[in-house]
Design a binder for this molecule. Structure first.
Ligand SMILES: Cc1cc2nc3c(=O)[nH]c(=O)nc-3n(C[C@H](O)[C@H](O)[C@H](O)COP(=O)(O)O)c2cc1C
Length: 199
C-alpha cells in the first residue's frame, strides 16, 4: 500500500479544506494517507488579530518524516504570487534529505488558493513544483480528466498544474464542490501513480 503525505500551510482554512479533499481522493485509491501541517510563524495575538483560523486539525509535520512517504502533496496559499514563506522555510530544512537523494523518485503534487482569480495561482503551483523537482520528485498535476476546470459559467479554480480554489478578497468564498472534486481527483491520481511505482 502506497504511503501518501498531504502537507499544507493554511492561515484561514481554505487550504486545509482542500488538503482533506486531496486525502479523501488518495484514500479512495487505496493509499495510506497522513495529513500534516506547517504551523503559523506569527505570534498568537497577531494571528488572532488577522483572523487566522486557530486550532487547525492536522498534526504538525517534521522534515525528517518526509523520507517515509512514497508521495508528498504540498499545498499553500499564494503569497504575492509564490509559495508562502512558512512552507518555503520548512522545505529549506530538507537540504540534508536532498543531499542524500532521499526524496529522489517519490511522487509529488501541488495545490494552492488565492484571493483573486488571476492573483498568481499558476506561479505559486510552479513555485512548489520547482522545489519538488529539485528534490528529484515526479510530478502529477490535475489533467483535464477533471473536466470541472473546463467551464466558464462559474468562478472556478483548477489548473493542469494542480488543484486550486479562490477565496475572494475578503476570504469569504469557500472551496466549491467542483474545486473539491478536482482535489479529490488529483489525490486519487497521485495515490494510483505511487501505487504503480512502489506497490
Ligand atoms: C502576505 C500575503 C500575500 C498574499 N498574496 C496574494 C497574491 O499574490 N494573490 C492573491 O490572489 N492572494 C494573495 N493573498 C491571499 C491568500 O492567498 C489567501 O488568503 C489564501 O490563499 C487563503 O488560503 P488559507 O485560507 O488556506 O490561508 C495573500 C495573502 C497574504 C497574507
Amino acid at each position: 500500500m502506497a504511503k501518501v503525505l498531504v502537507l499544507y500551510y493554511s492561515s484561514y482554512g481554505h487550504i486545509e479544506t482542500m488538503a482533506n479533499a486531496m486525502a479523501e481522493g488518495a484514500r479512495a485509491a487505496g493509499a495510506q494517507v497522513d495529513v500534516k501541517r506547517i504551523p503559523a510563524t506569527v505570534p498568537e495575538e497577531i494571528a488572532k488579530g488577522a483572523h487566522f483560523k486557530l486550532g487547525l486539525g492536522a498534526p504538525v509535520a517534521t522534515v525528517a518524516e518526509l523520507e517515509q512517504y512514497d508521495a508528498i502533496i504540498v499545498g499553500t496559499g499564494t503569497r504575492f504570487g509564490r509559495i508562502s514563506s512558512q512552507m518555503a522555510a520548512f522545505l529549506d530544512q530538507a537540504g540534508g534529505l536532498w543531499a542524500r537523494g532521499a526524496l529522489n523518485g517519490k511522487v509529488g503534487g501541488a495545490f494552492t488558493s488565492s484571493a483573486t482569480q488571476h492573483g498568481g495561482q499558476e506561479t505559486t503551483l510552479f513555485s512548489i513544483i520547482t522545489n519538488l523537482l529539485h528534490f528529484g520528485m515526479t510530478i502529477v498535476g490535475l489533467p483535464y480528466s477533471h473536466q470541472g476546470q473546463m467551464g466558464v459559467s462559474e468562478v472556478v479554480g483548477g489548473a493542469p498544474y494542480g488543484s486550486t480554489t479562490i477565496t475572494g478578497g475578503d476570504g469569504s468564498r469557500q472551496p466549491s464542490e467542483t474545486e473539491l472534486a478536482g482535489a479529490r481527483h488529483q489525490g486519487e491520481l497521485i495515490a494510483k501513480t505511487a501505487t504503480k511505482l512502489f506497490g
